[in-house]
Structures are given as structure tokens and as C-alpha cells.
Design a protein around this ligand. Structure first.
Ligand code: ADP
Ligand code: MG
Length: 590
């Protein structure tokens, strides 16, 4: 008889294999140990590493601590104080429940645990080597637990080989700690690498300060808070203003019942809330906390619990999207989005300017020449500059240019409107494009719209190429509210148009739209969607169009009635507002 090929693995091998699932790299050990500290009720946790955690990870907390007997048991596989029977899995309120972390970490390192409960005469020190307790003795220490992990993976060379550079592993540890910093605002965290303090979040730090520490000032300072609940489900946290976007999703942090998770569902829900506000390839930032009954999720689908499964994905998605949308609606009301102007350059010293030369300003008052650069999106550093003559407080008569004392146009591109305590500057094309975009979106989704029959139908004659595009665009045009009839082989007659367009040059609008369409791959794009975008752009007034006062008022009036007035359909800003306060900063009065 031959010996069987299949053999049951020894305990030590099993230990090392399953350790690989929980403890993949130093950062995963750090995560497990911090979770244990939080589960133990600690409100101050210090993390020290050497050589990015490979030489040493030391985590000290002021939590409940363990008795000598519990400390001994804690290091056994499947030893946990947090789960007694299978029913408890539905009622979890702690990070841990599998009882694997300490055993796994101890199996692949030299571990020492020092722990003490309040009221105990002495604490316990425990030394482990490859998972076996080698020494246990009483020690003095204050309440809490310290776990020291030395030479991680010393006995698993394969695992060690897969580690990245120290810089990368250290960054990974910092990122893990960052997740706790933003999700446990009442806990102090201190992270040291060698003698260098990398992160220190004190107890008194507010949410924004903690986000600044973890995600950087740019992200943190452009966040707005959100919150919404529905039954037992709720979401709260922070999302970025639409104009503050990033090129990837790295600054999106999601937490479910306090646990950091990666979730496509949550990412999509967030993204959906920003529809038409983001440029292609740009993503919002967010720190969002979802709270959901633990019976409605499964966290046990991933070895390090990084993934979570929702029983009712749709409900969660809708809640997040609504929370963000509602907040933006409220913001719109507050007009707070318009204040996204950050001055990055103080004005030049005052000098006497040439008022008339500067455009539509008064002639009799001394003017101040101000040069400033404003930054709309710090992340992208999309900046523009303008050189203006500035009217004095007692405004006089307008001597040149088009406009009135309250509203005028600069460079045939920007509409400037004066308020009591602010100046509003609107990009006429971006603004009008937003107006038409919302209008056409409503029309194609079945909303009511007015048609205007043309007193003199407009005939357009097309090239064969244009005629081919028209044959495909014929129906979409109709959906948008254009009634166009074929008229001979390559000619068409426009009979009626959306009333909103009645004063525009119809022939140009239609021809321009056809020309734009001919550049698209009509077999690949959604032609209706594309038409909405093209018509919005083509129907809108252009940069360079001179506007009458009525037209300027009309653009602003329509813009302010929009659902999302502060960005154009491509995500660029439509208007900015300079408050007295901003001016005072520019002139260094403040
Ligand atoms: P789990 O967290 O899944 O229970 P662990 O292996 O991480 O499993 O920990 C085992 C047990 O050890 C825990 O249930 C807890 O009772 C105890 N323990 C671990 N770390 C600490 C700590 N920092 N403070 C107090 N008790 C701890
Ligand atoms: Mg644990």
C-alpha cells in the first residue's frame, strides 16, 4: 500500500497560512492592533514603528486591559471575548470577532504583550515566539495594553519578499492610521516612525482639522457636511464642493458602522450625486459614515473585513445620493458655492489708474488699479488674472462700454453685477450653457416646453455629409423641440423651434449642431445625450458676444432659476462673487 498523498497540516503551518490572510503586511497588523485598542475602549493610542513596521510595531493604549488568564487566552487561535455564539454575528458592535488577529500576528513575529486592568495589583507581561508563549510574568503598568511586534514575518520569507519599499509600507501604515483619525474623533492618536512624529491627532481637534491632517488642507477646506437618515439607516460626514475635485478616488473614505471599507456601491452613489457637475475624469472627495443595523450587512466576506455586503444596496445608494444632493440644494440657497474664490496673490500697491482706459467706469473719480489672480480650483490651479480700474465709493457716470451702473459687460465675456456688498461676475457662456442644458434635459425627459412656430420657416441646404448626419439627427432634433421637414433631396425646412430659442439665429444654431455631431462617433455615443450637450453649447451666447442690458439680466435671471447654477455642464464655474470682505483682504485692510 502506498502512503496517502494528502496529509493534515500541522498546527504551526496552519497558523502561518492563516496569518497570511489577516496579516498581509505591517499595515494590516497595525490595523488589527488599533482595532483591538478601540474595542477595549481606549481613548489614547500611540503607534510606534521602526523600519516601516518590519523591525518593530509598538501599540500602546489606555483601554480596559486584560487579566493574566485572558492575556494568555487572547493569543490562542479563535480566542475572542467578543463573540459567544453564531447569533452574535448579527449583533456585532466591535471590530473584532474572529479571535484571529493576535494569534496570527504572534505566529509570524516575536510578540510581547503587557497589559493591566484598573484595580489589578499587577499587570502581566507575556512573551511569544512563533505563536508559543515563552515567558509570562507579573509587571507594573497603568491600565491599558501594549503590544510589541518585532521582526514581523521573520519566519515567513515568502511574505517578506512581497513587501514593498519602506516608504511605501510606511505610507500604507499612515493611511490606515488616518482612517482611524477621521473616524474616531474622540480618540487621541500619535504615530511615530523612529524618532519622527508623523501624525498626531489630539482629542480636541475638530473634524476639519483631522481631515486636514489626513487628506491635506486642499481637500479638508473644501468640504461641506452632509447628513441624512431614513429609518435605521443613516449617513453623515463630509463631501467636497463640486468645484474641488481630484483626478482619482484616493480621497474618498467610506466607513460602515465605524469600519473603513472599500465599496463600489458607495463610490457610485457619491459620484451619482454630482451628475453634470464634474468634468470627465474628475472625482469628488468624501469622508462618509454609514450607520446601518449590523443584521443588514455582512462584514465577514473578506479576511481583513475591507469589503462589506449590503442586504439592500439600493436603499443605501439612494440615501447617500439624496444626502449629497440635498446639501447642494441648501448650499445653492445660501449661495455659499459662489464663495469659492481664494485669493492667492495680494493686490499690487495702489496707484492712480486710467479710468477710461480700463473700460466701463467712471471718469471723474480717482481710480485704483488692482491686479489680482484668483484661483477657482486650488487642486487644478486653474487661475486667471484681470486688471481692473476700480470705481471709488461715490460712483459717478458711466462713460464708455455697454451697461449701466449696476450691470455691465467686461471683455464681451463677463457680466459684472454690483450688489450692496458684493460684486458678482458671471461667465456669460458658461452660465447660459447651464441654462440650456437644464432646459433641454427637461425637454428630452418629457417635461413641458413651449414651441415657437417660425413666421418665416428657415431653409437649410446641406452637403452630402451633413445630410447624412441630419438623417440620424432628425428624430433627436424632434425630441429637443425642433420641427424640421425634409425639403427636396438635401434641403430641410425648420418650421418651429423651442420658444427659448426664438431670438437666436436658427440657421447657425442648427448648422453648428450638425457640424459638432459630425465629429462624434454616432454609433458609440447616446445621440440624445450628445444633442443635449451640443445644443446647450450652441444655443448659448458665446464669449465675445456683446450683450444688451436686457440680455445680461435675462442670462442672470435664467441662471439663478437653475437647479445647479454654479457650474456649467462641464463642471467649470459659472459665476464668482467678491464680497466686501474679499476686497478688504485684497487691499490688506484685513
Ligand atoms: P478579536 O479582536 O477578533 O476578538 P483578537 O485576536 O484581535 O481577536 O483579540 C483576542 C482577544 O484579546 C480580544 O477578544 C480581547 O478580549 C483581547 N484583546 C486584544 N487586544 C486587546 C487590547 N488592546 N486591550 C484589551 N483586550 C485586548
Ligand atoms: Mg481583534
Amino acid at each position: 500500500m502506498t502512503e496517502p498523498k494528502i496529509r493534515i497540516l500541522g498546527e504551526d503551518v496552519v497558523g502561518k497560512i492563516s496569518a497570511g490572510e489577516v496579516v498581509e503586511r505591517p499595515a494590516s497588523a497595525v490595523k488589527e492592533l488599533i482595532e483591538n485598542s478601540i474595542d477595549a475602549g481606549a481613548d489614547s493610542i500611540s503607534i510606534e514603528v521602526e523600519s516601516a513596521g518590519q523591525a518593530l510595531i509598538r501599540i500602546a493604549d489606555n483601554g480596559a486591559g486584560m487579566s493574566a488568564e485572558d492575556a494568555r487566552l487572547a493569543c490562542l487561535r479563535h480566542a475572542t471575548s467578543k463573540l459567544r455564539n453564531i447569533g452574535d454575528l448579527d449583533r456585532l458592535s466591535t471590530f473584532g470577532f474572529r479571535g484571529e488577529a493576535l494569534a496570527s500576528i504572534a505566529a509570524v513575529s516575536r510578540t510581547e504583550i503587557t497589559t493591566c486592568r484598573s484595580g489589578d495589583n499587577a499587570g502581566t507581561a507575556l512573551e511569544l515566539e512563533s505563536g508559543q508563549i515563552s515567558r509570562m510574568k507579573p509587571v507594573g503598568r497603568s491600565r491599558g495594553t501594549t503590544v510589541e511586534v518585532r521582526n514581523l514575518f521573520y519566519n515567513v520569507p515568502a511574505r517578506r519578499k512581497f513587501l514593498k519599499t519602506e516608504a511605501t509600507e510606511l505610507a500604507e501604515i499612515a493611511s490606515v492610521i488616518g482612517h482611524f483619525i477621521v473616524s474616531y474623533p474622540d480618540v487621541e492618536f500619535r504615530f511615530q516612525s523612529g524618532s519622527r512624529t508623523i501624525l498626531h491627532a489630539t482629542k480636541g481637534m475638530g473634524d476639519i482639522d483631522r481631515m486636514r491632517l489626513v487628506l491635506g488642507a486642499d481637500v479638508a477646506e473644501n468640504m461641506v457636511d452632509v447628513g441624512l437618515s431614513s429609518g435605521e439607516l443613516s449617513v453623515r460626514g463630509y463631501v467636497s464642493r463640486p468645484s474641488s475635485t481630484r483626478k482619482d478616488r484616493a480621497s474618498q473614505l467610506f466607513f460602515v458602522n465605524g469600519r473603513h471599507v472599500k465599496s463600489k456601491i458607495l463610490g457610485d452613489a457619491l459620484y451619482d450625486a454630482y451628475t453634470s457637475m464634474l468634468e470627465r475624469g474628475r472625482y469628488p472627495s468624501a469622508v462618509l459614515f454609514v450607520s446601518i443595523p449590523s443584521s443588514a450587512i455582512d462584514v465577514n466576506v473578506h479576511p481583513t473585513k475591507l469589503l462589506v455586503k449590503f442586504d439592500n444596496e439600493k436603499e443605501v445608494k439612494t440615501l447617500i445620493t439624496n444626502a449629497v444632493r440635498r446639501r447642494f440644494d441648501a448650499l445653492k440657497a445660501e449661495k455659499a458655492l459662489a464663495q469659492e474664490v481664494h485669493f492667492i496673490q495680494t493686490p499690487m500697491p495702489q496707484s492712480r489708474g486710467d479710468a477710461a482706459g480700463a473700460g466701463a467706469f467712471i471718469a471723474d473719480a480717482p481710480a485704483v488699479q488692482g491686479q489680482f489672480t484668483y484661483e477657482i480650483n486650488k487642486d487644478e490651479v486653474r487661475s486667471r488674472s484681470a486688471s481692473w480700474g476700480w470705481p471709488s465709493a461715490k460712483a459717478g457716470m458711466i462713460t464708455s462700454g455697454s451697461g449701466s451702473a449696476e450691470i455691465f459687460q467686461v471683455g464681451n465675456c463677463y457680466i459684472v453685477r454690483m450688489g450692496e456688498d458684493h460684486i458678482e461676475i458671471t461667465d456669460q457662456h458658461a452660465a447660459h450653457e447651464r441654462v440650456f442644458y437644464e432646459y433641454f434635459t427637461r425637454v428630452v425627459s418629457g417635461g413641458a416646453h413651449d414651441l415657437q412656430s417660425l413666421l418665416f420657416p428657415v431653409r437649410i441646404d446641406l452637403s452630402s455629409n451633413e445630410a447624412m448626419v441630419m438623417s440620424k439627427a432628425f428624430e433627436p432634433f424632434k425630441r429637443l423641440g425642433f420641427y424640421i421637414e425634409p425639403f427636396g433631396e438635401r434641403s430641410y425646412v425648420v418650421q418651429s423651434v423651442p420658444a427659448i430659442l426664438k431670438d437666436r439665429d436658427i440657421k447657425t444654431v442648427v448648422m453648428d449642431a450638425l457640424s459638432d455631431l459630425s465629429e462624434r462617433d454616432l454609433n458609440r455615443v447616446d445621440i440624445i445625450d450628445e444633442m443635449v450637450k451640443i445644443m446647450s453649447c450652441r444655443a448659448a451666447v458665446k464669449a465675445g458676444d456683446k450683450l444688451t442690458v436686457e440680455e445680461m439680466y435675462s442670462v442672470l435671471d435664467q441662471l439663478h432659476k437653475c437647479e445647479l447654477p454654479f457650474t456649467c455642464p462641464h463642471g467649470r464655474p459659472t459665476l464668482i462673487e467678491l464680497k466686501i470682505d474679499d476686497l478688504e483682504k485684497m487691499f490688506r485692510r484685513k
